[in-house]
Design a protein around this ligand. Structure first.
Ligand code: CU
Length: 183
């Protein structure tokens, strides 16, 4: 049981923390907006979330005709993330790929595009996507997987004598059914 106890604790713990998965933050708006065409190159890309996000794990990549368009790291200010851009960005389509850490500790990510000058925006004009984290499985998945883990641990922890008896019983019954079917 020395191995079994930590496994059971892990399974029970994952069920207990599962409801937290429903509280992650979402992207509310961006500047420039997804699909927007701006006349002059912006000096910042701003992302606004539904609640303050954590400082750790924030990443914003902005790529355009000249490659990487960012200048320095993103700044997290409560529910807003500002990514400074290089000066004199060439006209064309720009693609923004972002990732932040929600208050509940889960990563949230997505991408969008905007254009500088007359060019078409780069990237999908789709709504922001949420990174697929295993922590965002619905609760029933957690309960089912935890049940399987606990059942497996209990089966492995059965005294070997009981398992031998059970195996012997299974062999006897399968032998009986074989002889019945051959008769
Ligand atoms: Cu979450």
């Amino acid at each position: 049981m020395a191995l079994a106890c930590p496994l059971i604790a892990l399974a029970v713990g994952s069920v207990a923390t599962a409801p937290v998965a429903w509280g992650h933050d979402v992207l509310i708006s961006t500047s420039p907006a997804d699909g927007q065409r701006v006349g002059a190159a912006p000096s910042l890309v701003t992302l606004t979330f539904s609640a303050p996000v954590l400082q750790i794990g924030t990443a914003v990549a902005v790529t355009g005709p000249g490659g990487d368009a960012t200048q320095g790291p993103p700044a997290v200010l409560a529910d807003t993330v500002n990514q400074p851009l290089r000066g004199a960005l060439p006209p064309g389509g720009y693609r923004v790929q972002w990732r932040v850490t929600s208050r509940d500790g889960h990563p949230v990510s997505g991408e969008f595009g905007f254009a500088v000058g007359g060019a078409a925006p780069a990237g999908p004009a789709a709504s922001p996507t949420t990174g697929s984290s295993p922590l965002h499985w619905p609760p029933w998945v957690w309960i089912a997987s935890a049940t399987v883990v606990v059942a497996g641990v209990l089966a492995a922890a059965l005294p070997s004598s009981r398992r031998r008896r059970a195996a012997a019983g299974a062999a006897r019954s399968s032998g009986r059914s074989r002889s019945r079917s051959s008769a």
